[in-house]
Design a protein around this ligand. Structure first.
Ligand SMILES: [Zn+2]
Length: 685
């Protein structure tokens, strides 16, 4: 999606979370003992804060907590997630043993869980769940049949050749439109097909080997599999060639190309779009938004020149690759070898029960969420989170009102927009209706297809209807948060406030405003005003509302942040300052708003130390705790190539080095590596 900005705190792809101690402290009932104080226990005192603050704050923990073989990284998000896994495991087990009526949430959770855990049945089925697809692909004899199969695979969640989704029209947020987006490749980003560094070259070689191995598992001879793999690589490379980079995809205007279906058909005559959409069950569409027209022209010209047999190979690869995690061991292991080990450096797979929970979370996460909040998040807790959210937003209001660099005209519009932001906190008031989804225990793969189909129709059914403003795109048990630029809303799941292992009553305000909510809320709310978000008005429409002079001021400031991050290196790769700019602006804003709100507390005003740490020291260390952890080098390289978020340690060292209060708190002086002179320091909010 082009208009969602997540915090993405997790160190793993599936970011769940939660808490023994979902903790927003109403009032401090005691002091955190030194032995339980993560700010003391995680430190590496041998590192000077002015040399590497992240290492100083978190280095002790990192030294003693190596990354488990089954993980691409390990840190605070995993600690939260480990708790959530146990909670969701219990919910799933209980559901599977209940006599819940057919069609109930409990029945669906229990049956999907059992189907996923039944490794004997999965092994016995082997490649059987693929058979209907492979038969259909084998039967393709005409161009029209090829397109029909591509359409069917869109509905079933395989998504070959291109991507489509339903979202609000970026210039008229009152209506949903069908969006077409670049896609069709199965390496994580277009850059993987072209970058010339040795690590990426190796990944390309391994990818070709992997595609061949998968085709062999489908019964191809080694020679045929090798030929097929070269075909897949050729098609995908051609698609990647006309795909946009991470930076280019962040420009909302450039990726907004509204056209009539007739215009799209004229631009891409090989696609019979009327028929293609009808095959997906989508009718009455006359206007669409095409993210990257050059990509569609390229796909169209490929449809003209690539032989049918090559497309059939490409489709077989797409089907087997997409479904491999839910097939028998041979498929699952080969799939993990490439996507887990080669791409992320992970040595072994997570145990099956965790992987099944990952799937449950992604497919029917709200069904789990309804059970989860009953146990782990009360209405009273929700109310406390709401209050904290309102406090941080009030702080932002005050900051905008007094900003020295923004004109009164732009301030007025900014405040208007801020007042329009919907605040969704802890858990939804209304849950998604899954009643059309039917699941049973007979086949994990076929349950997954039913879930994919359900999602496709659920989204497509929105076309032509009023905007559903009640939906959440994250579950309450997710350790993450997001801002939606079209809906103009922040969404803060209950688990985003989790502080593992520390009881509510012992969370001091420094921790509360830095780690457990404050800076997160600040991060999300400022997304509405980052380099991308600021281009949307208070109704969620792409619509310039800044004066030219204020735009210049904003850009001058944000350019400094681009330069700061461009200068950071991870291994032999430079961080991409432009690609990560929106997130870096949000981090800077989050630390600032959390800090300003903290300054209003008694703890800050009294200036009393806890466990030898001053309030300011605790605040900045608390912020560093949000990003406690490390990643494997392979996973870091992947992050730089695919993610708009900078690596965690830079999300600490990057923003804090712009805070005079940080320098003062830790005695950082000119000449220290962390020190940035006044001239290059950035302050936006
Ligand atoms: Zn973000």
């Amino acid at each position: 999606m082009t208009v969602r900005f997540a915090l993405v705190r997790s160190l793993s792809l599936a970011a769940f979370a939660a808490s023994l101690a979902l903790s927003v402290a109403p009032a401090r009932a005691g002091t955190l003992p030194r032995s339980q104080d993560p700010l003391i226990q995680n430190m590496d005192p041998s590192v000077k804060p002015g040399v590497d603050f992240f290492k100083y704050a978190n280095g002790g923990w990192i030294k003693t907590h190596p990354i488990p073989a089954s993980e691409r990284g390990w840190g605070i998000a995993n600690l939260v997630q480990e708790q959530t896994y146990l909670q969701l495991h219990e919910i799933s087990e209980t559901a599977s043993k209940s006599d819940a009526p057919m069609g109930s949430a409990e029945q669906k959770v229990g049956d999907y869980w059992m189907a996923g855990m039944d490794s004997m049945a999965i092994e016995k089925q082997g490649a059987a769940p693929l058979k209907p697809y492979l038969d259909e692909i084998a039967a393709i004899k005409t161009h029209a049949q090829l397109l029909d199969v591509i359409a069917k695979l869109q509905v079933d969640g395989v998504g070959p050749l291109y991507g489509s989704f339903t979202a609000q029209d970026e210039r008229n947020s009152n209506q949903y439109l069908l969006h077409f987006y670049q896609g069709g490749i199965r390496l994580p980003d277009r850059d993987y097909y072209f970058n010339a560094d040795s690590a990426t070259k190796r990944i390309r070689r391994e990818y070709v080997t992997h595609v061949a191995a998968m085709l062999k598992l489908l019964g191809d001879t080694p020679a045929l599999a090798q030929k097929g793999s070269a075909t897949v690589m050729r098609i995908e490379t051609a698609l990647a060639k006309r795909s946009r980079t991470l930076e280019q995809r962040r420009d909302p205007w450039a990726n907004y190309n509204k056209m009539s279906l007739t215009q799209l058909e004229a631009m891409t005559p090989q696609f019979d779009w009327q028929r293609q959409l009808a095959a997906c069950g989508i009718t009455h569409v006359d206007t669409v938004i095409v993210g990257q027209p050059e990509f569609y022209r390229q796909a169209d010209s490929l449809l003209k020149v690539v032989p049918l047999d090559d497309w059939k190979t490409y489709l077989r690869w797409n089907v087997v690759s997409e479904m491999a995690p839910r097939l028998s061991r041979a498929f699952d292991v080969e799939n993990f070898h490439f996507y887990g080990t080669v791409l992320s450096g992970t040595k072994t797979q997570r145990p099956r029960w965790k992987r099944v929970l990952d799937s449950e979370e992604a497919g029917i996460g709200e069904l789990l969420g309804q059970a989860w909040i009953k146990k782990y998040c009360s209405p009273a807790t929700k109310a406390r989170y709401e209050k904290l959210t309102n406090d941080i937003i009030a702080e932002y209001r005050e900051r905008i009102r007094t900003l020295p660099w923004m004109s009164e005209a732009t301030k007025k519009r900014a405040l208007e927009k801020l007042d329009h932001v919907t605040r969704k906190v802890a858990y939804p008031d209304k849950w998604r209706d899954y009643s059309a989804l039917q699941l049973d225990r007979t086949s994990y793969a076929s349950d997954q297809i039913k879930i994919n189909q359900w999602w496709f129709h659920h989204e497509a059914n929105k076309l032509g209807k009023p905007i559903d403003r009640t939906e959440w795109d994250m579950t309450p048990q997710t350790y993450n948060a997001y801002y939606d630029g079209s809906k103009v809303e922040i969404v803060l799941p209950a688990a985003a406030f989790a502080l593992p292992g520390i009881p509510d009553s012992l969370v001091d305000d420094a921790l509360l405003y830095s780690y457990a909510g404050g800076s997160t809320i600040g991060h999300e709310i400022t997304h509405g005003f980052d380099d991308e978000g600021r281009q949307f008005d208070e109704k969620g429409n792409l619509n310039p509302w800044w004066t030219d002079q204020d735009s210049v001021q904003f850009t001058q400031r944000s350019n400094k942040l681009v330069e700061e991050f461009n200068a950071f290196k991870v291994g032999d790769k430079h961080v991409r300052g432009k690609a990560t700019l929106g997130e870096n602006i949000a981090d800077l804003g989050g630390v600032r708003l959390g800090y300003e709100a903290f300054k209003k507390t008694d703890q800050w005003k009294k200036g009393e130390s806890i466990n030898g740490l001053t309030p300011d020291q605790r605040y900045f260390l608390g912020y560093a705790l949000s990003w406690l952890g490390q990643r494997r080098p392979e996973a870091l390289a992947q992050q730089i190539m695919t993610d708009v978020h900078a690596p965690a340690f830079l999300r600490v060292n990057g923003p804090v080095a712009n805070f005079p209060e940080f320098y003062k708190a830790f005695g950082v002086k000119p000449g220290d590596p962390m020190y940035r002179s006044d001239a290059v320091r950035v302050a936006i909010w």
